[in-house]
Design a protein around this ligand. Structure first.
Ligand SMILES: Nc1nc2c(c(=O)[nH]1)N[C@H]1C(S)=C(S)[C@@H](COP(=O)(O)O)O[C@H]1N2
Ligand SMILES: [Mo]
Length: 252
């Protein structure tokens, strides 16, 4: 329970094309320190409310290093970015399926229907990047490819960072805006952003969008993911979970 192990969405590896600021620094700004981590969502809500005037100001460019600046922060709970080339890459899909597979990069791009969408990305800590271009395969097309067996209820996702995990219900996973993404921001998902293949769960906070996707396991029970074990909501609907954004904001 050391606070350093629970330091928000650590480690923050910095920003793309912007100034680097750690979550610790943001919390420190408001004198919350590790309390923001221990009390999780409630304190985070207070942090976000406190940040709101600053985020508004941010639109004028006066404080572009604060959350809300429209830039991605690069997160990795392991503190590093694992490397896998597109040639080496395999996506394992197994568990309660008719035809377990290991999909290569090219199979993922040619054997399965391809989808593109442009949608926002929002981290539960308050930063948001609007109109991000994504391309990949809908999760439901992956599921149809392998054939889900009766009795299956949930999916588990594993990262090849060896640590991060996530979960979705089958119903959530079958939404048209849940993607096994191989392109982000107009090119192959970069290593720092979780390439070559990551999840993009559009209607939920960023922590559901697991990076460095290694394996999808179809199961018959909920197994909470990495952050969920530390208190984040399993159902991470934007605007409806973790006490943020007001409860009645539309999802999606
Ligand atoms: N493997 C892995 N996936 C992860 C994370 C992580 O630390 N490790 N962080 C999550 C969180 S909290 C967010 S907001 C997004 C951030 O994506 P980015 O690093 O591409 O900005 O990745 C999510 N997926
Ligand atoms: Mo996040």
């Amino acid at each position: 329970m050391a606070s350093s192990e629970r330091d928000g969405e650590a480690a923050d590896l910095g920003e793309v094309g912007g100034r680097r600021i750690g979550r610790r620094a943001v919390l420190g700004l408001f004198g919350l320190g590790a309390a923001g981590v221990v009390f999780g969502a409630k304190v985070q809500g207070a942090v976000d409310r406190a940040l709101r005037p600053l985020t508004l100001k941010d639109r004028t460019g006066l404080s572009s290093y604060l959350p809300g600046s429209g830039r991605f922060r690069i997160y990795s709970v392991t503190g590093s970015s694992p490397r896998r080339t597109t040639d080496e890459y395999r996506l394992r899909v197994d568990g309660l399926v008719e035809r377990p597979v290991e999909l290569s990069w090219s199979q993922l791009r040619t054997d399965l229907p391809q989808t593109r969408m442009t949608k926002d990305f929002q981290c539960v800590t308050g930063w948001r990047v609007e109109e991000v271009a994504w391309a990949g395969v809908r999760m439901r097309d992956v599921l149809d490819h392998v054939g889900v067996k009766a009795g299956a209820t949930h999916l588990r996702f594993w990262s090849f960072d060896g640590t991060y995990t996530e979960s979705l219900t089958l119903d959530q996973a079958r939404r048209p805006d849940v993607l096994v993404a191989h392109e982000m921001l107009g090119k192959t998902v970069t290593r720092d952003h979780g390439g070559p293949v990551r999840l993009y769960v559009a209607p939920m906070y960023g922590y559901k969008s697991l990076k460095w996707l290694d394996r999808i396991e179809v199961v018959d029970r909920l197994v909470p993911g990495y952050w969920e074990e530390l208190g984040y909501d399993v159902d991470a609907w934007i605007g409806r979970s973790n006490g943020r954004d007001g409860a009645d904001e539309p999802v999606g």
